[in-house]
Design a protein around this ligand. Structure first.
Ligand code: CP
Length: 319
C-alpha cells in the first residue's frame, strides 16, 4: 500500500472497529452527545466528506449515517454494491478501499462481510474508519444505539434484564451488544435453538442466562430483543430447523407470547424483520415496541460518532 494512505492518523482521530475498544465512560460520552443532538443539530463550521462504502446491503445503517452527516452539515459520498461500481468488473474490496482513500475523504464508514483482508487493512489507513457492520464479528453502532434506546426508555441499564432471542451464533449485533450491555451493567439472557446459540465457552459474557424455553425466558426479561434469522448466510437446513413455521412456534414472539409479555417490557429488533418468523406481524405496532425508536436513535448515535471522529481531522491539511 502506498505510504500516503497509511496511518498514523492525524491528531489521533477516533476510529471505531469494535465496541471492545470503548470504556463505559466513552460510551456515556457518546450517549451525552447523542442526547444533545436530540435537542439540536448544530451545523459544523467546516464541512467534511463522509464516505460510505457498503459491500453488503443495508437500509437503516447506511441511511442513518447519511442523515446524520447531512444534519451536521457534512457532504456524503456513498458506494454500495448495486450502484455499478468496478467491483462488478472484478476489482477487489481492498483495491476499492485504497482507491477511495486516495481521494482523501475525511472518514470512511464501511460495511462488509467476512474478509480477513479488510479486517487487516482498515485499521492501517491514514483516515478514520467507522465499522458499519463486519461479517459475524461486530456491529458497534447498532449496539450503541440499542443500549442508548434502553437507557432512555427505562431510565438506566444497570441491572435490567435484556433477553436476546434468535440467531445469536451468527449475529454481529448480538456480539457487540454483549460487550456494551455487560459494560453498562445489564443482566443478559439468550434464547434460541441449540444450533443458533454460541458454544458454551464462546462469546457469552460471564453470568449470561441461557434459556431454551422462550416462555420461561420472556417471563424473565425487561427487554425482549429479537434477532433476524440470517437466511442469506445460511439455509434452514444448515440451521437444523425443520421449517420457519416451526421456528416461529418455538422461538418466535407469536400472538400468544405477545399477550403474556409484561406490560413494561420493551420490544426491540435491529431490523430487518422476518415477519412471521421471529416476530408475529402485529409486534411492530404493539405499544411496547421500540423498533422504530431504535431507528430514530440510530441517527443520533451515528451523528455523535461522526462528530467525535471528525473533531480531529483537518481537511486540506497535511494528508
Ligand atoms: N440493523 C441493521 O444493520 O440494519 P441494516 O442492515 O438495514 O443497516
Amino acid at each position: 500500500m502506498p505510504s500516503s494512505l497509511k496511518g498514523p492518523r492525524s491528531n489521533a482521530s477516533f476510529s471505531l472497529f469494535d465496541t471492545r475498544s470503548l470504556s463505559s465512560n466513552d460510551i456515556r460520552e457518546i450517549f451525552e452527545t447523542a442526547s444533545r443532538f436530540d435537542v439540536d443539530f448544530p451545523k459544523v463550521a467546516k464541512e467534511k466528506i463522509v464516505c460510505c462504502l457498503f459491500f453488503e446491503p443495508s437500509t437503516r445503517t447506511r441511511m442513518s449515517f447519511q442523515t446524520a452527516a447531512y444534519r451536521l452539515g457534512h457532504q456524503v459520498l456513498t458506494m454500495e454494491l448495486s450502484m455499478g461500481s468496478s467491483l462488478s468488473k472484478g476489482e477487489t474490496a481492498v483495491d476499492t478501499v485504497l482507491n477511495v482513500c486516495a481521494m482523501k475523504p475525511d472518514v470512511l464508514v464501511v460495511r462488509y462481510g467476512l474478509s480477513r483482508e479488510l479486517d487487516e487493512i482498515l485499521p492501517t489507513l491514514a483516515i478514520p474508519v467507522i465499522n458499519a457492520g463486519s461479517g459475524t464479528l461486530a456491529h458497534p453502532t447498532q449496539a450503541l444505539l440499542d443500549a442508548y434506546t434502553i437507557e432512555r426508555e427505562l431510565g438506566s441499564i444497570e441491572g435490567k434484564r435484556v433477553l436476546i432471542v434468535g440467531d445469536i451464533r451468527h449475529s454481529r449485533v448480538a456480539r457487540s451488544n454483549f460487550d456494551v450491555l455487560a459494560k453498562l451493567g445489564a443482566k443478559i439472557g439468550v434464547c434460541g435453538p441449540e444450533s443458533l446459540l454460541p458454544d458454551a465457552d464462546g462469546d457469552l459474557p460471564p453470568g449470561t442466562r441461557v434459556f431454551t424455553n422462550l416462555d420461561e425466558a420472556s417471563g424473565w426479561c425487561d427487554v425482549y430483543m429479537g434477532l433476524r434469522i440470517q437466511l442469506e448466510r445460511h439455509t434452514a437446513q444448515d440451521l437444523q430447523l425443520d421449517s420457519l413455521e416451526d421456528y416461529h412456534r418455538h422461538f418466535g414472539l407469536n400472538r400468544d407470547r405477545l399477550k403474556k409479555l409484561g406490560a413494561g417490557v420493551l420490544i426491540m429488533h435491529p431490523g430487518p424483520i422476518n415477519h412471521g418468523v421471529e416476530f408475529a406481524p402485529e409486534v411492530v405496532e404493539d405499544p411496547r415496541s421500540r423498533i422504530l425508536t431504535q431507528v430514530t436513535n440510530g441517527v443520533l448515535i451515528r451523528a455523535a460518532l461522526l462528530s467525535k471522529t471528525l473533531e480531529g481531522t483537518e481537511r486540506g491539511g497535511k494528508k
